[in-house]
Design a protein around this ligand. Sequence first.
Ligand SMILES: CC(C)(COP(=O)(O)OP(=O)(O)OC[C@H]1O[C@@H](n2cnc3c(N)ncnc32)[C@H](O)[C@@H]1OP(=O)(O)O)[C@@H](O)C(=O)NCCC(=O)NCCS
Length: 149
Amino acid sequence: MAPGDLEAVAALARRADPFGWTLRNFQDALASGYPMTVLEEDGAIAGYSVIMVVVDEAELLEIAVDPARQGRGLGRRLLAEAMRRARAEAARVMHLEVRVSNARARKMYHSAGFEEVGRRRNYYPADPSTSGGTGREDAILMRRDFPGV
Ligand SMILES: CC(C)(COP(=O)(O)OP(=O)(O)OC[C@H]1O[C@@H](n2cnc3c(N)ncnc32)[C@H](O)[C@@H]1OP(=O)(O)O)[C@@H](O)C(=O)NCCC(=O)NCCS
């Protein structure tokens, strides 16, 4: 991901997730040197991922595919590339958080070898109409070990 990609990436984030990252979040992450990847299709940005690696632990901070291009394997490819980059930076494990209600992403992570290891209560802001009026939603914590690094 290059500085010139950030406007398009932030616009995609808004389309993919109403609570997703803002342009400022992406600018800060790029300035911090986080490994960030864009996936292009037909000359357009189709998806992106952002990871952070601290010593030997990686965290998947963001991953999204343009809603018009979802369900065709692009998310799986982005996740595989994010894991490849984490391993290239000597990570032995990758952690992530995902909304309880995000069945599609949870399934993608399970197929990529992640397991559910915990739950954070009321971690995310949520639409009150879909969260029993609380305006909050739990996060599922997931991890995948990279054996033999
Ligand atoms: C999660 C997301 C990145 C997946 O991207 P995608 O390109 O649609 O996913 P893929 O086509 O690669 O499918 C990956 C897996 O997701 C699951 N999946 C995909 N579409 C699905 C659907 N309609 N229903 C249920 N599961 C689905 C499947 O397990 C699939 O693997 P399989 O095809 O081997 O069964 C995408 O839906 C997205 O951007 N969502 C909004 C942002 C988001 O939720 N990010 C994750 C935050 S933690």
